[in-house]
Design a protein around this ligand. Structure first.
Ligand SMILES: [Zn+2]
Length: 185
């Protein structure tokens, strides 16, 4: 049966023909990318990532939500537990938060649009408001701060913020990488 997946499965067949399996190892780039699920901003293509380079977490807007914080906490645990003896013990990886221009979540900054979206999808208005990216430079800074202030963030993980411009294809660093302040015991 032909479905919309058929051409993509054909591409996979081409891919598998020359594929070499990768061993489980630390991500080569030592970066975890958080970005929007928008099909115009695929980090693998925009940042030239190869298999084995970097875990990528994507959601609407590329926002630092609680599930994203949970994933990062688990990745840090796993990195330390499995690969802690290799290389720099006091540094695990950098989380690069990337928001982008022309984000489809930008509509959600408008209360009327948000209200309608909530009514027709059943999602809560506050959840929709949390995913809104109207100005990526502002939201990426807020999200870097949110992650850095989370008690779940490992002190061995640094966080940086970037904006991808859909018009130019260029990624600009908005917040330089930094480690969390030590949390009070
Ligand atoms: Zn987006």
């Amino acid at each position: 049966m032909t479905t919309r997946m058929t051409p993509l499965l054909d591409r996979n067949e081409q891919f598998a023909r020359t594929y070499t399996p990768l061993a489980l190892a630390p991500a080569a780039a030592q970066v975890v990318v958080v970005s929007c699920l928008d099909h115009r901003v695929d980090p693998a293509i925009v940042l030239g990532l190869q298999l084995g380079d970097a875990p990528v977490i994507r959601n609407a807007g590329g926002r630092i939500t609680q599930p994203v914080i949970d994933d990062i906490a688990y990745l840090a645990y796993l990195a330390e537990r499995m690969f802690g003896g290799q290389g720099t013990v006091d540094r695990l990886f950098e989380v690069a938060v990337i928001h982008h221009t022309q984000c489809g979540t930008g509509f959600l900054a408008d209360p009327a649009f948000r209200h309608q979206a909530a009514e027709s999808t059943g999602l809560s208005e506050s959840a929709l408001e949390e995913s809104a990216v109207a100005d990526p430079h502002t939201t990426v800074k807020a999200d870097v701060e949110r992650l850095l202030s989370s008690p779940l963030l490992s002190p061995k993980v640094s966080v940086s913020g970037h904006v991808y411009d859909v018009a130019t294809g260029r990624v600009t660093t908005t917040v330089d990488a930094r480690y969390p302040e030590p949390h009070p015991a």
